[in-house]
Design a protein around this ligand. Structure first.
Ligand SMILES: Cc1cc2nc3c(=O)[nH]c(=O)nc-3n(C[C@H](O)[C@H](O)[C@H](O)COP(=O)(O)OP(=O)(O)OC[C@H]3O[C@@H](n4cnc5c(N)ncnc54)[C@H](O)[C@@H]3O)c2cc1C
Length: 401
């Protein structure tokens, strides 16, 4: 059984719904199918706030059917295979779907299994992760009930969605323990695969101060390989000054863990990627978001190879580019719209204060507001906790923001 659509979108997450809505707003007669297996749609950026006890987890999930744009066809399946030479994708049930244009955005894969023991201990032994709908509420439970001891916060090597989330939770935890009056009994460690706290020096300066104020011990170029929940020990590898890798361990009383991440396996083993692309993402031109081999294929969001900060903020700027370029090709014109690598990372430095880091491919600040955004502010906290969630459900997914 096979069916054909003018445009097929894989993934009805942040990217897929934004693009579908924007396409239809530009041209209502387009014949679009969205292939999406999940009945639920998640607003993941709020999971940081859930883990800090200031947001209800139930408000981060809504029914997918309420957001599938009217005028599109929802195919409730998962794609398992790409056949770009035949302009076809294959779904789990064996159904083949062909297209004129393909837009690939099934998100990123959380490789929990790459940290030995992590999956088994999540939600128990004071080990949690804001990277999961199920376990973000546990983060808050563990932080709230912590009475002191060693707390570790891990950040894997390689690209992840929301590069700030592994340390956002740490700043809020430290602030909570400070207010509870137990911070002097807390030994806080940040174990990061990165080599610095943040890639852009103007914003890093602010975070360095937050780290110092919280007496947080930072460990960089670290690869956490195992978490033994029963014994409460994390094992990690770290490069020493002579470039040799040493295996080390750290006992903990509380652990917030972030899994390594990569392209979904069905992309990794497809012709849409190649061995030169780290972690198997869809090989696109980082400006036009068009596939580098198959010109009728585009990709955006977490699954694309664009070397930006993987985030919803990036998608807000990528979606109009994909829409403009697909419509150009439909009109027999060149795809000339360009994405500049814009991404944003709203980093709460304490309860009630947030630094809105915005930047692009040049790794320089690209601030939207006429104020110094490297300074944490109450107004930006309100933006993150109230304005952005509203914008997401009411404007971004509907293609009007
Ligand atoms: C803890 C946390 C904090 C974050 N904080 C922020 C923040 O402050 N600001 C920010 O901008 N971003 C933040 N993000 C990142 C943001 O949520 C993601 O970048 C964004 O959701 C990516 O959108 P996407 O459409 O690429 O993927 P997703 O929104 O994850 O959607 C992917 C969709 O594809 C579907 N899918 C998967 N496999 C298949 C398949 N085989 N076939 C068809 N469909 C499939 C899934 O069911 C899903 O609906 C955060 C993320 C996390 C986890």
């Amino acid at each position: 059984m096979s069916s054909h659509y003018q445009i097929v979108i894989i993934g009805g997450g942040n990217a897929g719904l934004s693009v579908a809505s924007q396409l239809l707003r530009k041209r209502s007669n387009l014949n679009i199918a969205i292939i999406e297996p999940s009945e639920k749609h998640y607003y993941q950026p709020a999971w940081t706030l859930v883990g800090a006890g200031v947001y209800d987890i139930n408000k981060t999930v809504k029914k997918e059917k309420d957001f599938i744009p009217k005028g599109t066809t929802w195919i409730k399946e998962a794609v398992t295979k790409f056949e770009p030479q035949l302009n076809t994708v294959v779904c789990t049930n064996g159904k083949e779907i062909s297209y004129d244009f393909l837009i690939v955005c099934p998100g990123i894969q959380l490789d929990w299994g790459k940290i030995k023991g992590l999956k088994e201990t999540l939600g128990k032994n004071n080990v949690s992760s804001n990277y999961s709908f199920e376990f973000a509420p546990k983060t808050w439970e563990f932080i709230k009930n912590f009475e002191g001891g060693t707390a570790i916060f891990t950040n894997p090597k390689g690209a992840i969605k929301c590069g700030g989330a592994p340390h956002k939770v740490m700043y809020l935890a430290v602030d909570y323990w400070r207010k509870k009056g137990i911070l002097d009994k807390c030994d806080v460690h940040y174990l990061s695969g990165g080599s610095i706290i943040f890639g852009i020096k103007e914003y890093a300066k602010t975070l360095d101060e937050v780290v110092k104020r919280g007496n947080i011990k930072t460990h960089f170029k670290v690869d956490v390989t195992e978490i033994d929940g029963d014994k409460k020990i994390a094992y990690y590898e770290q490069e020493n000054s002579s470039g040799e890798v040493e295996r080390k361990s750290i006992p903990f009383d509380l652990c917030h863990a972030v899994p390594p991440q990569s392209a979904p396996d069905f992309i990794k083993k497809s012709p849409l990627t190649n061995l030169t692309i780290p972690s198997g993402y869809v090989d696109v031109d980082k400006y036009t978001m068009q596939h580098n081999v198959f010109s009728n294929v585009f990709s955006l969001g977490d699954s694309s190879s664009a070397p930006c900060g993987k985030s919803g903020a990036a998608i807000r700027k990528q979606a109009p580019v994909v829409v403009a370029n697909v419509l150009s090709i439909l009109d027999n014109k060149q795809p000339t719209a360009k994405y500049d690598g814009y991404a944003a990372c709203p980093i709460p430095t304490q309860y009630g204060k947030l630094m809105l880091a915005e930047f692009d491919y040049s790794n320089t600040p690209k601030m939207s507001f006429p104020i110094d955004q490297a300074k944490p502010r109450w107004s930006m906290w309100i933006l993150k906790t109230k304005v952005l969630p509203w914008l997401y459900w009411n404007k971004i997914l509907k293609g009007t923001a």
